[in-house]
Design a protein around this ligand. Structure first.
Ligand SMILES: Nc1ncnc2c1ncn2[C@@H]1O[C@H](COP(=O)(O)OP(=O)(O)OP(=O)(O)O)[C@@H](O)[C@H]1O
Ligand SMILES: [Mg+2]
Length: 290
């Protein structure tokens, strides 16, 4: 998908988004970031949710005084990068407990496209920039969507969520598409069937989703073949504050281990990384602490 030489020049910006709350965005962002760093990539996480769940997902080795609000409102790029305890995994904190940033973006003429232009300042420092968003439509979510080269939406496979995805997400894309005139064309969107139980037929859900996507967004949305299962490992790893592929490197039975599921996802999203191997030390380091 992104196998051109472009990735050598700039960080790939991936925004994890959904117009629905509680679908797994933060968990997916944190785990993708953790896995990409263990595959040798330099990753910057951006917490673009007023509720700073991603900001505290991993322990911090060094906490910056400022975060996303300073970046967007003042254009400050120095002193805003926090470092997690995972090497090469950095973070821009959500630092807006009162939700002032939404209003600021709304009332600033270039508000929604500032984040995109400012993140380009980190192109030389990172391979990937992953943005987590809040599960509700708003100016900050718009900013994060417009900053992305690629959008990923986790979709829980109940049919109501699937319909909400098709309706809410298509509406969002259609609304933001005219921003291309301001230099912020929308990236393609990949739907990821997420938290799936073995009883559910993922193919049927995928077909239903594709039928519901219509209008100008039709070609811009595809449903990934990878499916992330619903297992306790994702919650346990969040509690232990470690990437899930380290928490569950293998598993008995037909359901994919978290490591295999996340590796499959990375290979499908970023084929140029599919021959990369996980560093053995990063896996065994965690086993010792369990
Ligand atoms: N694959 C999974 N299997 C089982 N549980 C999961 C999985 N992924 C995430 N969860 C759990 O689902 C819950 C919601 O996840 P998460 O907080 O990532 O969603 P969110 O979309 O970021 O929510 P919000 O919209 O509130 O920001 C959490 O308790 C998380 O531990
Ligand atoms: Mg979240």
């Amino acid at each position: 998908m992104f196998s051109t030489s472009l990735e050598d020049l700039m960080a790939l910006k991936i925004t994890i988004t959904s117009t629905k709350g509680g679908v797994g965005k933060t968990t997916l962002t944190a785990n993708l970031g953790g896995l990409l760093t263990d595959l040798g990539q330099k990753v910057l996480l951006v917490d673009a949710d007023v509720q700073p769940t991603l900001s505290s997902y991993y322990p911090l080795e060094q906490q910056a005084e400022r975060g996303l609000s300073s970046l967007i409102t003042e254009g400050v790029v120095e002193g805003i990068i926090s470092r997690t305890t995972i090497p090469c995994l950095d973070l821009i904190l959500s630092d807006d407990p009162e939700g002032m940033l939404q209003n600021w973006i709304l009332h600033t003429p270039d508000g929604r496209v500032r984040l995109k232009h400012l993140l380009a300042r980190f192109d030389q420092d990172y391979d990937f920039i992953l943005l987590d968003t809040q599960g509700a439509v708003g100016p900050l979510q718009d900013s994060a969507v417009l900053a992305a080269d690629l959008l990923v939406s986790p979709i829980p496979p109940e049919i109501l969520s699937a319909r909400e995805f098709a309706r809410g997400t298509v509406q969002m894309l259609d609304r933001l598409r005219p921003m291309a005139f301001l230099g912020a064309p929308l990236g393609p969107l990949r739907g990821l069937i997420y938290r799936m139980d073995r009883t559910v037929d993922a193919r049927r859900i995928a077909q239903e989703l594709c039928r519901e996507a219509y209008g100008p967004s039709k070609g811009a949305i595809t449903i990934l073949d990878t499916v992330i299962p619903n297992t306790v490992a994702y919650r346990e790893a969040a509690t232990a504050r470690v990437p899930v592929h380290r928490w569950e490197p293998q598993r008995q039975g037909p359901t994919l281990s978290a490591r295999d599921a996340m590796m499959t996802l990375v290979s499908e999203l970023f084929p140029h990384l599919s021959d990369k191997k996980l560093d053995r030390e990063s896996l065994s380091a965690h086993k010792e602490t369990r």
